[in-house]
Design a protein around this ligand. Structure first.
Ligand code: G6P
Ligand code: ZN
Length: 566
């Protein structure tokens, strides 16, 4: 049957500007008439303005949250109408974000459309998201997402093939003819290509020996995972249970659910508290949690020892040669996002490698990787990854940690981290999130801080809290010039740098769907061995008090306490 292309008249919606990681809104918003269609049309128009969309290959899939399958059907119809040659789609519309990045690269696809709101809750009354990744497998850069946004503002019609429906259940190729032009869809197993990639990067035999307690390990190393009902469940079961011998019962919440069981699929101490509690019982040696779409991770050691993401990056960096991929290819350079604590900087210095400080958002790492200057990077927002793909990668991070532990018989997560601190000193870090504040209050606070930058009088001022005095050396709004394409990204977070090296950062989250989330980051460096094991909250409390004093956060937002502390 020859299917027909149809043009549907439409009108722009306000606010379809992609944020830190694509367009994130409530499901209800995406379900408004033509809302999803408009945004997909804008993506396809933006792609067509710079690349040849006709006969191209695109990868499509998401984290399985509510509305994913509907969105896949819409995308398939619209791609067919734009004469895309073929779509690679995960069975039931499911792919983890790292899996999409891998498939784009492996198949030389033009790009991919990822359906996820990452760590935001899902379900009919929660969030959905759409993100475009380019041919290197990474999130579209700002210049491209601005193009998408421009199209959303002037859209008048979209193209679709109303009578085409994809069978998302059955693996294999489905062929269609649209206005005489062939169009193909291939439904693939979401897990297998990703597993093959991990086998290439890591020594599975070595990790298996660690888990089963073979040879020098003497006793089994008991591992547990929490997929928070996100997309990683099937990946965890295949890799850690089937391939590496972890017990099936220890792969928790491994059935993806469209509403993540009603919880936040965000691997941090607040939303993954069940894993924290399980680890605190002392029966597990290693625990990892992953977010809804599988790119974020949280690493815990025995008794719930928490590895802050900034330290996780530094420990992986310092022990990179334990990972076959790095042992073979070497380390080209390191990078972190600006609010991430500088533990990796010390590793880079010692190894004589370049270190890049980029704005928040994984998209900023892509150019450096493509230019062959970056191998390993991470963010305080529970993201770590390497140039094996162009997204951060939760399961990869757990495998990286297990590889390092496998190369250090009898070591624990805690001993790896404390030895690291002994050698390099410790960068204490904390982040306070004030989620869902009223937009106006959050804006006033940022305006107030911006005024302090412009006024400049605050420089040199001393702030005393709980017996500690901090003298302000510098205040600015972080901007970044990409060293590869010279593009400039401004207003990426207000920084207060103190004379003793302590630092405060304020920024508004770019991943929320409603209201404003204020993030307050604080860090300091401590070389004193006696203070190494102190609680980060205790160490950083005076600094945070300074932050609240300077920003007048409580006054502007009415909030007396953060909703999440990391
Ligand atoms: C996503 C991005 C990360 C980013 C994080 C922070 O996970 O992929 O690269 O660090 O969001 O987002 P925020 O909410 O702080 O803007
Ligand atoms: Zn995510």
């Amino acid at each position: 049957m020859d299917l027909k292309i149809m043009s549907v008249p439409t009108k722009p919606y306000d606010g379809q500007k992609p944020g830190t990681s694509g367009l994130r809104k409530t499901v209800k918003e995406f379900q408004k008439p033509n809302y999803t269609e408009n945004f997909i049309q804008a993506i396809l128009s933006a792609v067509a303005s710079v690349e040849k969309l006709e006969k191209s290959l695109l990868v499509v899939g998401g984290d399985g949250r509510f509305y994913c399958e509907d969105a896949v059907q819409i995308i398939a119809k619209m791609c067919a109408a734009h004469k895309v040659g073929k779509l690679l789609i995960g069975q039931k519309g499911i792919f983890s974000t790292p899996a999409v990045s891998n498939l784009i690269r492996k198949n030389n696809a033009l790009g991919g459309i990822i359906l996820t709101a990452s760590h935001n809750p899902g379900g009919p009354n929660a969030d959905f998201g759409i993100k475009y990744n380019i041919s290197n497998g990474g999130p579209a850069p700002d210049a491209f997402t601005n193009k998408i946004f421009d199209h959303t503002k002037s859209i008048k019609e979209y193209l679709t093939v109303p009578n085409m429906t994809i069978n998302l259940e059955t693996l294999g190729v489905q062929k269609f003819t649209v206005d005489g032009v062939p169009f193909e869809v291939e439904i693939i197993d979401p897990v297998s290509d990703y597993v093959a990639l991990m086998k290439d990067l890591f020594d599975f035999r070595q990790i298996k020996d660690l888990i089963s307690g073979k040879g020098t390990h003497k006793k089994p190393f008991v591992v547990t995972f929490d997929s928070l009902h996100g997309v990683t469940g099937p990946y965890v079961r295949k890799i850690f249970c089937e391939e590496l011998g972890a017990s099936k019962e220890n792969a928790c919440n491994a059935d993806p659910l469209p509403d993540f069981g009603g919880e936040h699929p965000d691997p941090n101490l607040t939303y993954a508290h069940k894993l924290v509690e399980r680890m605190q019982k002392g029966t597990f040696d290693f625990g990892a949690a992953f977010d809804g779409d599988g790119d974020r991770n949280m690493i815990l050691g025995k008794n719930g020892f928490f590895v802050t993401p900034s330290d996780s990056l530094a420990v992986i960096g310092a022990n990179a040669t334990c990972i076959p991929y790095f042992a073979k290819n070497g380390i080209k350079g390191f990078a972190r996002s600006m609010p991430t604590a500088g533990a990796i900087d010390r590793v880079a210095k010692e190894m004589g490698k370049e270190l890049f400080e980029v704005p928040t958002g994984w998209k900023y790492f892509g150019n450096l990787m493509d230019a062959g200057r970056l191998s390993l990077c991470g963010e305080e927002s529970f993201g770590t990854g390497s140039d094996h793909i162009r997204e951060k990668d939760g399961v990869w991070t757990a495998l990286a940690w297990l590889s390092i532990l496998a190369a250090h018989p009898q070591a624990s997560v805690e001993s790896m981290v404390t030895k690291h601190w002994e050698k390099y000193g410790r960068n204490f870090f904390t982040r306070y999130d004030y989620e869902n504040c009223e937009d106006a209050g959050a804006k006033k606070m940022m305006d107030h801080l911006t005024a302090l930058i412009h006024d400049g009088k605050i420089i040199g001022k001393e702030f005393s809290e709980a017996g500690k005095t901090f003298k302000l050396a510098k205040i600015d709004n972080f901007s970044y010039k990409d060293p590869v394409d010279n593009s400039l990204s401004e207003n990426q977070g207000i920084r207060l740098l103190f004379e003793d090296g302590s630092r405060l950062v304020f920024r508004l989250s770019g991943t929320g769907s409603t209201g404003s989330t204020i993030r307050l980051y604080g860090d300091c460096y401590e070389p004193d061995q006696h203070k190494m094991k102190m609680d980060a909250q205790t160490i950083l409390k005076p600094l945070i008090s300074v932050a609240l004093q300077v920003s007048k956060l409580q006054e502007f937002t009415g909030r007396n306490a953060p909703t999440v502390i990391t």
